[in-house]
Design a protein around this ligand. Structure first.
Ligand code: SF4
Length: 940
């Protein structure tokens, strides 16, 4: 099973080594050599969704168990003069065996015997467990239809390829990116896509690197070196963060922005760029909507349907300074030809009824908006010295600038969309995307294509006949969006489950937790969005489709969803007849499940890591050891479940069922459908076929197969394939160059997949106009959670990133080993709180008990609890998310507008939590705020 097996002389372990026989070593050298013995070495990969993931490892196996692993260190140098990616990995990868064989591992199927969450389990066989699950699934299908089965997926380690639930057609899977909110809505609003991302070695080309909404020294351990290596050739590193964090110590400048005011800082930099005339005029005119004309009378873009009968509503205009006339902006290309568009001034346009209206370029409107963001005015908001703001602007103007952010971390703020739009405006004004060493990093995954290129090209060209101004990228995205409205994906934004079935409606109705510029009640916006069909086909499950079965696959909503522990247990859980979880460890959500089914981890099954342009290649992990206990790969579990469903359906006389879209599915032949008539029932065969088909599509080098992957562990892509997500990267893979996205736009002048076909900073959707957010702006964060003096922040931790390693014995020993909250010593002293003292952190949502870690690095008025702690690690079982508000900004429900339409993992309403308000009280000094929270709970 293991490809690159290195044989070592079999020696005997000294003492009681893991599984080894015991003999007495003769010399001390002998002792050491015997300790470091292994039976074989396998090609492994750490495919955790810690993002980056994709860390190729060598796993050393002794007596059937992995006892040691090390980063492979075999990445090639891609571009001459640019460092390689070796070694990729981190302390969690090196100590992964502690999770594989740790006490938190679930080894056998477990059935709940006490009440949910009581921790009382009975070990059952796979047959018993799947029998019960299949029965519950069929009950749900018969009673309410398959759409009453909801599947939530997570970052199940190594399961990226394997796929988790559900294995039967018809159930609804929530959009994972929307659910965890790793989304960057501001990027999407601007580009019509949120995640074109460079390869990590491309960071080396940057001359100015911002680390913003992130802490790379903690969370990007394998990649961070590129940003630091760039400094050796003169690049500067700027950390923008309210706190002093471990990344700050490497920075040339630390910009201590007040939490939630980053938008004001950015807009002020933009103002300096414009006022000092140091912006990139060519880039702005060609790549952005800033030269497009807007009507002064109604603040809408001037459109062809305004000026001519039957004109398109997506044809926009420029004022050509050469001909002094209003001309059509090209839609099929960004190239302006002989047109020299105006950026400033007021002009006139004649409408189809003969009336004349004033029009102005977006750039002119932007100038007017930026009057409020002089460095001095912005400084009063964000706390950054005006001199620093001017310095930053002058650097950005002349340097290749790269922004490294976290996973949609700005998007975890209520006004994250505005902050991101302001950041992109800064990059646009300085021409900083679409070339090496520039851009902004979030996370990304590409689809790698599921069709042969000639077939995919044919499909796209047929579709483009509808509108020849569409590029391949736009056509591919459009096709996916339309498929969604027809329910072809089975993927739905989770917001509808939360709103209709998990009690979030009551929470989101709280007007005082929203921005004051929300003119109408949240419910009205929600209703308008649904009534107008903006989410047609994905606004499921509807209010009358009460969920019956919840399937979790490495997903942990009780811990991770803002307010999840409050909402789900109280509102959603009582409705569910069955909660089944595929897990390798006992997570909080597994604890509240009815069935826990043990899955094999990476190192125990075949799998690929998430395909991402960060490494621009395919990383493969082999089965180097047998799955621990009774655990099984997801693929196998799905097959077993399919067989069980078929059998039980036959017993019930249930042959077929209909889904929410009226499609009929047959239960007979489910297993054959899952395995392609048995051809795919062996993982090795399926993986081999997958690799070979990618090679035949030209995505991997010719001749690549499973054996190649086993030998190399990593193969660089030959191209990105023809999926929508791959094309949205907008750049080809080159064998000897780092990868920088957007080059199709900047070099080939391909249009953007937005309404205006340009990077769009002006959104004339009526909701955005009503909110005053047609252009980027700063708005103060609303008081989510109540009017309390502290803002709470988080971020991924160094020892676990998510919760996967949070109970890891070795990792816990490297720090305080239990949940803790960082707090400024002056704030603590004012309340008489000592280091390590347990306190109550509370707001109107709930309360947690947690020890304080005094930290000068945290500014007054802010507290930080890093992400990942399971609720059961807190004294009273209440985890951090009980005080995280989980509000949805109403504008993210907008639709029916060009690119503002659902596309999986892209445009979708997300819950936010950063900057929720809390109070901190010494134990026993419960404040009014907490009493309010308790009273609310009691009332319910
Ligand atoms: Fe790599 Fe993430 Fe695993 Fe660390 S935790 S080895 S960075 S995949």
């Amino acid at each position: 099973m293991v490809a690159s097996v290195k044989s070592a002389p079999r020696a005997q372990a000294p003492g009681k080594g893991r599984g080894g026989a015991v003999t007495k070593p003769k010399t001390s050298e002998d002792t050491y050599r015997q300790m470091w013995r292994w039976d074989k070495v396998g090609t492994a990969a750490h495919c955790v969704d810690c993002y980056p993931t994709n860390c190729p490892y060598r796993a050393y196996v002794r007596d059937g168990e992995v006892w040691f692993s090390e980063a492979r260190g075999t990445f090639p140098i891609v571009e001459k003069g640019v460092p390689d990616m070796n070694p990729m990995g981190c302390q969690k990868g090196a100590a992964w065996m502690e999770v594989l064989y740790g006490k938190q591992r679930v080894l056998h199927p477990l059935k709940r015997v006490g009440k949910r969450g009581s921790g009382k389990w009975q070990r059952v066989s796979w047959d018993e467990a799947l029998d019960e699950l299949a029965g519950a699934l069929l009950d749900a299908i018969e009673d309410g239809g398959p759409q009453t089965i909801i599947s939530l997926s997570g970052g199940s380690p190594g399961a990226i390829w394997a796929g988790g639930w559900p294995g039967i057609p018809g159930p609804l899977s929530t959009d994972n990116n929307s659910e965890v909110n790793d989304f960057a809505p501001g990027h999407y609003i601007t580009w019509g896509k949120f995640d074109p991302v460079s390869s990590v070695d491309d960071w080396f080309h940057a001359e100015l690197t911002f680390v913003w909404f992130a802490n790379y020294a903690y969370t990007r351990i394998p990649y961070y070196h590129f940003a630091l290596e760039a400094r050796y050739k003169g690049a500067e590193l700027i950390v923008v963060a309210p706190d002093v964090n471990p990344t700050t110590v490497h920075a040339d400048y630390h910009v201590p922005v007040k939490m939630g005011t980053d938008g004001a800082l950015c807009l002020s930099i933009c103002k300096v760029l414009i006022d000092e005339g140091i912006y990139n005029e060519t880039f702005v005119k060609e790549q952005t909507d800033l030269p497009l004309l807007v009507r002064r009378d109604n603040r809408m873009f001037l459109r062809a349907c305004d000026v001519a009968e039957g004109g398109r509503d997506d044809q926009f205009y420029l004022h050509d300074t050469k001909t002094r006339s209003v001309v059509e902006a090209p839609r099929g290309t960004l190239a302006l030809g002989k047109v020299e568009p105006a950026l400033e001034g007021d002009y006139q346009a004649t409408l189809k009824d003969g009336s004349v209206v004033k029009v102005a370029p977006v750039f002119q409107l932007l100038r007017e908006r930026l009057k409020d963001y002089t460095p001095e005015k912005a400084s009063a908001i964000c706390g950054v010295n005006p001199k620093v703001i001017r310095t930053l602007a002058r650097k950005v103007a002349v340097k290749r600038t790269n922004i490294l952010t976290g996973e949609g971390n700005a998007g975890k703020h209520y006004h994250g969309d505005l902050m991101e739009r302001a950041m992109l405006l800064m990059l646009a004004l300085s021409g900083n995307w679409g070339r090496k060493g520039t851009g902004v990093r979030t996370w990304t995954t590409v689809g790698l294509g599921s069709l042969p290129p000639d077939m995919a090209s044919q499909v796209l060209s047929n579709f483009k006949a509808e509108d020849p101004t569409m590029s391949d990228e736009i056509a591919a995205i459009e096709l996916q969006k339309r498929a969604m409205t027809m329910g072809m994906g089975g993927i739905v934004p989770p917001v509808f489950v939360w709103y209709y079935h998990a009690g979030y409606r009551e929470l989101w109705k709280r007007r005082e937790y929203h921005d004051p510029s929300m003119a109408r009640p949240f419910d009205e916006y929600f209703k308008e969005a649904v009534d107008k069909g903006w989410w047609q086909g994905v606004d499921l499950p509807g209010p009358d489709m009460t969920p019956r079965v919840l399937l979790l696959d490495g997903s942990n909503p009780i811990r991770r969803t803002p307010s999840g522990q409050n909402q789900f247990l109280r509102y959603l859980w009582p409705k569910l007849k069955m909660i089944a979880t595929l897990e390798l460890r006992m997570s909080a959500s597994a604890m509240y499940s009815d069935l826990v089914l043990p899955v094999a981890a990476h190192y125990e099954k075949l799998g690929f890591c998430l395909p991402t342009t960060h490494v621009a290649g395919l990383v493969f992990g082999d089965r180097v050891a047998e799955p621990a206990g009774d655990s099984k790969p997801e693929w196998e579990i799905r097959g077993m479940l399919a067989q069980k469903l078929e059998k039980k359906a036959k017993e019930r006389g249930l042959a077929e069922y209909t889904d929410a879209f009226g499609r009929t599915h047959r239960l007979e032949g489910l297993y054959n459908a899952h395995t392609a008539n048995g051809a795919w029932d062996k993982q090795d065969f399926l993986v081999d076929q997958t690799v070979k088909s990618l090679a035949s599509f030209g995505v991997l080098p010719e001749g690549t197969d499973l054996e190649t992957m086993r030998e190399k562990g990593y193969v660089r892509w030959a191209n990105l394939g023809m999926s929508a997500r791959a094309m949205a990267q907008g750049t080809e893979i080159k064998p000897d160059e780092t990868f920088a996205p957007f080059r199709h736009h900047t070099e080939q002048k391909a249009p953007y997949p937005t309404l205006t076909r340009r990077a769009q900073f002006y959104i004339d959707h009526h909701w955005f106009l009503e909110a005053g957010e047609e252009l980027p702006a700063h708005k103060d964060p609303p008081k989510m959670g109540g009017d309390f003096p502290f803002v709470i922040s988080g971020g991924h931790n160094r020892w676990s990133v998510h919760a996967l390693n949070i109970a890891h014995r070795l990792m816990l020993a490297t720090h305080r080993g239990r949940p803790h909250m960082l707090m400024n010593p002056d704030d603590a002293a004012a309340k008489g709180i000592a280091d390590n003292e347990e306190v109550r952190v509370h707001n109107e949502m709930g309360a947690i008990t947690i020890p304080v870690k005094l930290a000068q690095s945290v500014p007054p008025g802010m507290v930080i609890i890093y992400n990942g702690w399971e609720p059961y690690q807190f004294r009273d079982g209440q985890g951090t998310n009980v005080v995280e508000a989980g509000m949805v900004k109403w504008l993210l429900l907008a639709g029916g507008y060009g690119h503002l339409r659902y596309w999986p993992m892209e445009w979708s309403p997300v819950t936010t939590m950063r900057g929720s308000r809390v109070e901190v009280s010494k134990l026993g000094t419960e404040s009014g705020g907490e009493r309010v929270a308790h009273k609310r709970k009691k009332r319910k």
